[in-house]
Design a protein around this ligand. Structure first.
Ligand SMILES: [Zn+2]
Ligand SMILES: [Zn+2]
Length: 368
């Protein structure tokens, strides 16, 4: 089958390859991939110098998607799954071993015992087929199309978990959401669904703040950092005497992390989700003296994934997606890294037939 592989630290880290279709072990199901979401973390993985957290050094990229079951492992219950079922891939289902520090504490989304998560250290979804543990397979509601369902596994559930569980927002709170890319607009819809009183949003792109306004954010609460003609977030908070309970940062940039520490009320909470910068400033004179809580938030539980799929089926959460071709992955990643993609890009598995001996063009190398 055809696939896009990541070779961490290699001078040519993204390669189009031809590899065998995986054989599912007794606890796995084999999926024919139907749609694949592209995440900025894919850019981060390709830019890494060496693997971290015990992840593999080379693996098939892609950690969001849906597929159709084409084969069941011998121990997978036929009452739970059937050939032809459409399922999404929960990338952090955990190992569930009694010896696992994370899984025994209910932190399955932080378990890294199996070489990482699908598409993040172990083979993922930018391929024609993927074998996954049956615990990671979640049925997709019938009224959700493949493109929208594909992004539930990360763009929706990561945002949902960050807002609902890590930030534990309350209706009477005032919160700030930084970064309105693939995740931030889903976080906004989650906060609205949970009844948060006042939501402020920040992005450098006018089109993103306009998208938030279209979702119901008052114009005075939407801040475009590249627009010098309007008050900044900090100026507005000061002049309106707002107390910011929680900041959720989907960018993870030096500017956003610094800003969040500056605008939070004493005792406030900063939840970090975005991974744009390798290091960001920590301001002890602010964060210590104001007693801030700073925490990371990563993906979400299987329960959260199911809740997201249900809320998407009901139209409560509607991720913004654009559809493209899996053939264009290198170009899509470049545009994503340049900040040129609004919402989430989902690739369809329209693989071009590759003949033996042919090499891919486009500067991405190839082992076809
Ligand atoms: Zn991601
Ligand atoms: Zn585990």
């Amino acid at each position: 089958m055809q696939a896009w592989k990541c070779y961490v630290g290699d001078i040519n880290p993204l390669r189009r390859v031809q590899v065998p279709i995986p054989t599912p072990n007794p606890e796995q199901v084999l999926l024919k991939v139907l749609a694949m979401g592209v995440c900025h973390t894919d850019c981060t993985l390709l830019a890494m110098k060496q693997p971290i957290h015990g992840m593999g050094a080379d693996f098939i990229l892609g950690h969001e998607g849906v597929g159709e079951i084409v084969q069941l492992g011998s121990e997978v219950s036929p009452t739970d799954f059937s050939i032809g079922d459409r399922v999404g891939v929960h990338l952090t289902a955990g190992c569930h071993r009694e010896t696992c520090l994370e899984c025994t504490r209910g932190l399955h989304n932080l378990c890294k015992s199996e070489g990482g998560h699908y598409g993040v250290g172990r083979d993922g979804l930018f391929a024609e087929y993927i074998a996954i543990h049956h615990r990671a397979a979640f049925h997709i509601p019938a009224n959700l199309d493949n493109a929208h369902a594909a992004v539930a596994a990360d763009a929706v559930v990561t945002a949902y978990h960050a807002v609902k569980t890590s930030a534990a927002v309350q209706p009477d709170q005032t919160i700030v959401i930084y970064g309105l890319g693939g995740l931030g607009l889903n976080a906004l819809q989650t906060a609205q669904h949970l009844g948060v009183k006042q939501i402020l949003v920040v992005d450098k792109r006018q089109s993103s703040t306009e998208a938030a306004i279209a979702l119901g954010v008052p114009r005075e609460n939407a801040f475009c950092t590249s627009d010098a003609s309007t008050p900044t977030l900090q100026e507005s908070i000061t002049s309106r005497n707002l107390a910011i309970d929680t900041c959720i940062d989907f960018a993870g940039h030096a500017d956003t992390v610094t800003s969040a520490q500056m605008v939070l009320r004493p005792g406030g909470t900063l939840v970090l989700v975005g991974l744009l910068a390798e290091t960001v400033p920590l301001l002890p004179l602010v964060s210590v003296v104001s007693g801030l809580t700073i925490k990371g938030s990563y993906n979400g539980s299987g329960q959260a994934y199911r809740e997201c799929l249900d809320l998407m089926a009901k139209g409560v959460l509607t991720p913004e997606v654009q559809v493209g071709s899996v053939e264009d992955l290198p170009d899509v990643l470049q545009r994503l890294d340049d900040g040129d993609i609004q919402g989430r890009m989902v690739l369809m598995p329209d693989w071009r037939a590759v003949h033996v001996g042919e090499r891919e063009s486009g500067g991405v190398g190839g082992e076809v």
